[in-house]
Design a protein around this ligand. Structure first.
Ligand SMILES: [Zn+2]
Length: 74
């Protein structure tokens, strides 16, 4: 199984997880329990998902109250 590196944008810690391709990406940080603040890192190059709050595009704007990254972008 491939090992993926993740990094938390909330507390800044990085960690690795062995996951199969069919497994969902980790989104919640095990260190600070930050919901949705973890993103995958490929090698030395961080993957940028359109900046913070990228997943807010996945659902109606009115649902963004539950998004920890939705930092008053209105
Ligand atoms: Zn964290």
């Amino acid at each position: 199984m491939p090992i993926y590196q993740y990094k938390c944008s909330n507390c800044g810690k990085s960690f690795e997880r062995m996951q199969s391709l069919s497994e969902d990406s980790i989104k919640d940080c095990p260190y600070c329990s930050g919901k949705g603040s973890v993103h995958k890192v490929y090698g030395d190059v961080p993957v940028i998902f359109h900046g913070s709050g990228y997943y807010c595009t996945d659902h109606p704007h009115s649902s963004c109250d539950s998004c920890p990254h939705h930092e008053g972008g209105n």
